[in-house]
Every structure is written in C-alpha cells, then in structure tokens.
Design a protein around this ligand. Structure first.
Ligand SMILES: Cc1cc2nc3c(=O)[nH]c(=O)nc-3n(C[C@H](O)[C@H](O)[C@H](O)COP(=O)(O)O)c2cc1C
Length: 289
C-alpha cells in the first residue's frame, strides 16, 4: 500500500504550517484505525532504519507534560500525538524526519493541523504509551488535531519568535556549480526547481532551515549547515540532533515532488562527495533521481 494524496504535493507543502491550537475532538476507535491505516501506508525509510510510529490519544495533562520535556510553545487541545520510535541506525534521524514528514503532509491533505515537537520524550508518559524499549528512543512527536479557525495569540507569538513565516532564499541554499552546472538556478529543470522550492518551505526546528543543496548533474547532494550554538543548547537539554531530523524532512519534500513527476528517487551516502563551496556545511547524503 502506498500513501495517496488527494491534493498535489506542491499545494500541500504550501498549505502546511505548524498549528498549535485545536478544536475539541475525542478520537474514536474508527479514527484511530484510520490513522493507523495511514501510518501503515507511509513510504519506507530511505536508509532502511528500524523505526515505527504509534498514535496516542491526547490526555488532559499532556500540555503540562510537554512543557517539562523541553519542547517550546504551547499545544492546546491536540486530539492526539504520533509518537515516532527509532532504533540505533546511523541515518536513523534522517529516516525518521523523512517518514514522519510524509505523515504530516498526509494530515494536511486530510485537513488536520499538525505541529512537530522536539523534546526529551524518553522516560516520559509518551514513552510508556508507545511501549518504548531500552534500545529505542523517541526523537520527536507530532501533535495533531482539527485546527481552530484562527490562530491563537500564543501560537502567533511563537511564530513571531521563531520567524516561522520566513524562509531563506533559494540562492542562499542551493549551489548549482556541480558537474555541468552554470551556477544559475534558472538553468535547472523546472521540476528540480519546484522540488527545491518545496524543500525551502519545509518545517524545521526553530525554523533554522539548516539544509544546503549542491546540484551535480543528475544528483543533488544534501548538507547540514549547523547552528552550533543551537546544537550545543540541544545537547545540554538532552535533545536528539534536531537538525538531522530537519534534513530528513527536506528529503521527503524533494522526494515527494520528484516522485509525483514520475522520477524514481534513490538516496545514497557517497564515499567522496564534493564540499559545499565556501561554507562549513557537513555532507549528509545524495539524491539520485
Ligand atoms: C524537528 C522539529 C522540532 C520542532 N519542535 C517544536 C517545538 O518543540 N515546539 C513548537 O511549538 N514547534 C516546534 N517545531 C515547529 C517549528 O517551530 C516550525 O516548523 C518552524 O517555525 C516553521 O514554521 P511552520 O512549520 O509553520 O512553517 C518543530 C519543528 C521541527 C521540524
């Protein structure tokens, strides 16, 4: 079974924003079965990591619990959470970001609001509800629900703080000087430009947008341009490397757009990748399409 979107993927990418306040909705067993069916149809992780997702209905104390788990912002009235559980694979965080973002876009397609939450979920009530074992971790969860008609004041303040409505221009993110490249974005194929634009609009922790792309003939190399202070803070708080989740999220956006246009996307880690010019960006993986 594969994930089927009703809307075009470009439209879903544009429509998705993080939503933090929801209408009251108590999930029925039918709702849960429907969500579990969607989870079962998510694409496999590109690097084959062991991961699974569990839908947990919200409890009245979840809002308070989340604040103690180093998430930021306030979630009110979520119907439930999709808790992702990951093993110990080398590219597990990227795989987790990729597969979970496919679920997020599926929710957007079904009119649901979502918000990624990065926090210290291990040993929390989320961990117990998802039956997490010793060798597993919860890198992040996604709150979901029926979005309120208008954004609440608190949500607007969080968005203001994170600069959520802003995105870096493609010129800052993409280098087109790889094999056969002229350096100009406008010379890329329209479908690759569309895919990169969908990547640009992806959500990221604190809206850091840590991704960089080097277009190299039929390949696109992906790099992490880390915010070291942010990473240091995350380590101090005991968070996973959230910027690697961001990279997985952007991988999903590129992949879904190109796949919708008939390409077969393969993800590899190259032994001797080119460096991203003039930047301290760390190579992570390559898309061949
Ligand atoms: C890995 C990850 C972790 C996030 N953690 C939180 C969080 O703890 N609290 C929160 O309110 N938003 C969180 N967000 C949402 C981001 O703030 C949001 O994606 C970003 O500001 C861009 O806004 P947009 O999603 O509305 O486009 C997270 C997003 C990602 C991808």
């Amino acid at each position: 079974m594969t994930l089927h979107f009703r809307e075009s993927i470009e439209e879903l990418v544009r429509a998705r924003t993080s939503w933090r306040a929801y209408e009251p909705w108590i999930l029925t067993s039918g709702d849960l079965a429907e969500l579990e069916k969607s989870l079962a149809s998510l694409p496999p992780p590109p690097f084959g990591s062991a991961l699974r997702h569990v839908v947990v209905p919200a409890r009245s104390d979840d809002g308070t619990t989340l604040r103690g788990l180093h998430t930021y912002g306030f979630i009110s009235n979520a119907a439930g959470f999709v808790v992702g559980v990951l093993g110990e694979d080398a590219y597990g965080l990227e795989d987790f970001g990729y597969v979970t973002e496919c679920f997020v876009l599926h929710c957007t397609d079904r009119g649901l609001g979502t918000c990624w939450l990065g926090g210290t979920f291990d040993r929390s009530s989320f961990s117990r509800r998802a039956d997490v074992h010793d060798h597993e971790q919860i890198p992040a969860v996604v709150a979901f629900g029926k979005p309120t008609a208008l954004r609440g004041m608190r949500d607007r303040l969080i968005r203001l703080g994170a600069g959520s409505h802003k995105r870096k221009p493609l010129e800052e993110l993409v280098c087109c000087s790889g094999k056969g490249g002229t350096g100009a974005l406008s010379t890329l194929s329209p479908e690759l430009q569309t895919a990169l634009e969908a990547g640009r609009l992806a959500p990221s922790a604190s809206n850091k947008q840590p991704w960089r792309f080097l277009v190299d003939g039929p390949e696109v190399h992906l790099y992490l341009h880390r915010d070291e202070r942010y990473r240091g803070l995350g380590k101090t708080l005991g968070l996973v490397d959230l910027q690697r989740l961001d990279l997985g999220i952007v991988m999903a956006h590129l992949d879904l757009v190109l796949t919708a246009r008939g390409h077969t996307c393969t993800w590899v880690v190259e032994a001797d990748p080119p460096s991203f010019p003039g930047d301290l960006a760390e190579y992570r993986c390559t898309l061949i399409y």
